[in-house]
Design a protein around this ligand. Structure first.
Ligand code: TGC
Ligand code: FAD
Length: 392
């Protein structure tokens, strides 16, 4: 039985850079996670079940669209608040943070940034409160890292369009009432459409057998001549920059989130190392264990500083997509390394559900792949510093 004993670590007194509001928001999400998610997460993950009842609670806690203006149901908060919330959620489980980042950054954000006033008023309050769950369809069976080559398309048919194609690996899909779907128009331009559950020809088969993100539901979006009213097309963006703009917001949240998973693994490893006695003394007293712990907290501290700075730049609208890519890649890589080292420190116990380590490790294998793989983000940094595109 997993017991949540998490304590936060702040080696460089980063809290001095936060406002009182930031700390209050972080504490309220932390308390919520400890009281309502930690006690059930291991069971849901073991059973590969989505804790659907948490959707409403995440909405009530303000975890959906915290940076969206209050008039549309959002929190009207700054980017550091958003990051801290994602960190606290993923500290517990990447799948829970996934649910929140898809809803906030990939569904609410495009409706807010690219939608009409009617679309904003119709969808955002219901999504913010958790009454509706949303999903984001960009990836296709044959187009993952290269979404610009997508084949899902729609054709004009008077007051509506006819949508055909399929999306794959879509978080929240099996439970979503609303899908923001990216598809090509007859001129080959990418546009966003809001597709609602119940539209004829629209189905969302669930993807089973995942060893990662087991408490997050994943599925396909299948469009078989779906009639979508023209008023459901997002009017204010065309081209790949539409979905990639949403990814900038989500990747930023993931960079904070993965840091949360790393903190949880480090915290657990530190406690275990002090308690576990071998050869007559705590294993924390051996140099090899100390090397692991010292390297973990060093990398975590560097990432905490990086994320605070990126959040500040984002608040000032100065964060570039390439800076966000660097942070996403860095946080997930360090979290995976910390999880693997923490697993070693826990010995055999590290593979059991009594600790969160193995669950984090498996989850992070998705996090290092979705929203742009580790290597894609490396190539984005490479292109940014050299000016030469090495993708194609
Ligand atoms: P490229 O020619 O470079 O760019 C096309 C247009 O987009 C602009 N742009 C961006 N705009 C905003 N934010 C960004 N991050 C942007 N990156 C690029 C760019 O300026 C250009 O604009 P314009 O005006 O000139 O048209 O496009 P490309 O086809 O060469 O592709 C570049 C590449 C490979 C970097 C990109 O396609 C990419 O990032 N691939 C990775 C795919 C990906 O991240 N998929 C994520 C799917 S969603 C998901 O995984 C959700 S998981 C959710 C969860 O559970 O948490
Ligand atoms: P591929 O693109 O086929 O890549 C395979 C390998 O090739 C990778 O290692 C990659 O780095 C490498 N590679 C590709 N191109 C290059 C290149 N030019 N140079 C060097 N190496 C390259 N998508 C959504 O749209 N919405 C979602 O909600 C969503 N949720 C997801 C949830 C989960 C659990 C998972 C696993 C994925 C999810 N995705 C979602 C999809 C995710 O974004 C893609 O898996 C990801 O973008 C990679 O695409 P792919 O899996 O097709 O891999």
């Amino acid at each position: 039985m997993y017991t949540d004993k998490f304590q936060y670590h702040d080696y460089y007194l980063m809290d001095e850079l936060l406002t009182e509001e930031h700390k209050l928001i972080r504490q309220s999400v932390r308390d919520f996670v400890k009281a309502e998610i930690s006690p059930i997460i291991e069971d849901y993950a073991q059973q590969a079940k989505f804790p659907q009842h948490l959707v409403k609670r995440l909405g009530e806690m303000g975890c959906f669209g915290p940076t969206i203006p209050v008039e549309y149901g959002g929190g009207g908060l700054d980017q550091i608040s958003y990051g801290l919330m994602m960190m606290e959620l993923e500290r517990c489980d990447s799948g829970i943070r996934s649910t929140a980042s898809v809803q906030g950054s990939l569904v609410m954000y495009p409706i807010y940034a690219y939608g009409s006033e009617e679309q904003r008023r119709k969808y955002l309050p219901k999504l913010a409160s958790g009454e509706w769950l949303g999903c984001f369809g960009l990836t296709e069976p044959n187009h993952g890292s290269d979404p610009g080559a997508m084949v899902t398309n729609f054709k004009d048919a008077g007051d509506h369009v006819i949508l055909n194609g399929a999306k794959m690996w879509i978080s929240n899909a099996p439970f979503a009432q609303v899908a923001v779907v990216w598809a090509k128009n007859e001129a080959g331009e990418i546009q966003g459409l809001i597709v609602e559950r119940g539209m004829e020809g629209f189905t969302t088969p669930e993807t089973h057998g995942k060893w990662s993100l087991r408490a997050s539901a994943t599925g396909e979006l299948v469009f078989d001549n779906v009639k979508v009213p023209k008023e459901n097309i997002l009017p204010n963006v065309k081209g790949l920059k539409g979905p990639l703009g949403c990814l900038s917001s989500a990747r930023y949240g993931i960079a904070w989130g993965a840091l949360g998973a790393a903190l949880d693994c480090y915290d657990s490893a530190l406690r275990y190392a002090k308690d576990r006695v071998q050869f007559g003394k705590p294993i924390a007293g051996f140099q090899l264990t100390q090397k692991k712990l010292a390297e973990m907290i060093t990398e975590i501290t560097k990432a905490q500083l990086l994320m605070w700075r990126l959040g500040t730049l984002k608040n000032e609208n100065r964060a570039t997509p390439a800076q966000i890519s660097m942070a996403k890649r860095n946080s997930v890589e360090l979290a995976l390394n910390v999880a693997r080292e923490a697993r070693q420190i826990h010995g055999g116990m590290g593979i059991t559900g009594e600790f969160s380590i193995m669950r984090h490790m498996m989850n992070l294998e998705s996090v290092v792949t979705y929203e742009g793989t580790h290597d894609i983000h490396l190539l984005i940094t490479g292109m940014d510093v050299t000016g030469i595109n090495a993708f194609k």
